[in-house]
Design a protein around this ligand. Structure first.
Ligand SMILES: C[S@@+](CC[C@H](N)C(=O)[O-])C[C@H]1O[C@@H](n2cnc3c(N)ncnc32)[C@H](O)[C@@H]1O
Length: 214
């Protein structure tokens, strides 16, 4: 082995190891355990995991569910949805480990390549607008895909951070494809639009329904 290679290889290994250890402690600092599973510890996650997901799990009319975008803290969601047909889609290939058994590796802007129209009862589009969907064009396409993928009467849960740095456009007023949906009164929170209290980024959940044609 050349001398430079002998020095270089352990250095790269040490850097990777240090990076992983730091990431591990970062996760622990923002996480909470439930049993052996790690969840993100923030007020909006509590609303998502303790109110929104249990509602859809408890209702038999909502069976086919798609969760858009995955990360380490969404890994336990496959257990929460164990009695449902639970799907996930994520653009980053390596994050499939955090998804469901029915996982699609692709941008959800290409969802119609994978799923027939009207397939899903519920879509959960949370934390992706402003975190990957960052232009007006992509935002329009994202809601077009949501509309196409939902059955009539199906529900779209749209969660986003209502602050300038994570709000590429004024989505609720500027997005034409979002206007195709109707507001859905979400009983457990007694509203169609819920601003989670005490979130730095003003995390907001909007509930929409695909209209039923007469
Ligand atoms: C902040 S995380 C939110 C994860 C998850 N949606 C949640 O709320 O727990 C954003 C994730 O969306 C993914 N993402 C960004 N643009 C995407 C796209 N066009 N299609 C699918 N996933 C996307 C990112 O790779 C990232 O993993």
């Amino acid at each position: 082995m050349a001398q430079t290679e002998a020095i270089w290889k352990p250095t790269v290994f040490a850097r990777k190891l240090t990076g992983r250890i730091r990431y591990f402690f970062y996760q622990l600092s923002v996480a909470r355990f439930r049993g052996f599973d790690l969840y993100l510890n923030s007020p909006d996650r509590l609303v998502l995991e303790d109110v929104i997901i249990p509602y859809f799990v408890s209702r038999s009319e909502y069976h086919k569910i798609l969760f858009i975008g995955c990360d380490w803290y969404t890994k336990p969601y496959r257990k929460l949805f164990k009695n449902k047909e639970y799907w996930t889609i994520e653009i980053e290939e390596w994050k499939k480990r955090y998804g469901s058994q029915r996982h699609i590796v692709d941008s959800f802007l290409n969802l119609s390549r994978h799923i027939e129209s009207g397939y899903f009862d519920v879509l959960i589009y949370n934390g992706v607008f402003g975190h990957g969907i960052n232009t007006k064009e992509d935002t329009e396409e994202s809601f077009h895909q949501c509309f196409n993928a939902l059955r009539q009467g199906g529900i779209l849960v749209f969660g986003w951070n209502n602050v300038p740095q994570y709000r590429p456009i004024s989505v609720t007023t500027e997005c034409d494809n979002l206007k195709k949906f109707e507001d859905y009164f979400f009983e457990p929170l007694s509203t169609a639009e819920y601003l989670v209290p005490n979130t730095e980024y003003k995390h907001t959940f909007h509930f929409y329904q695909k209209p039923v044609a007469n």
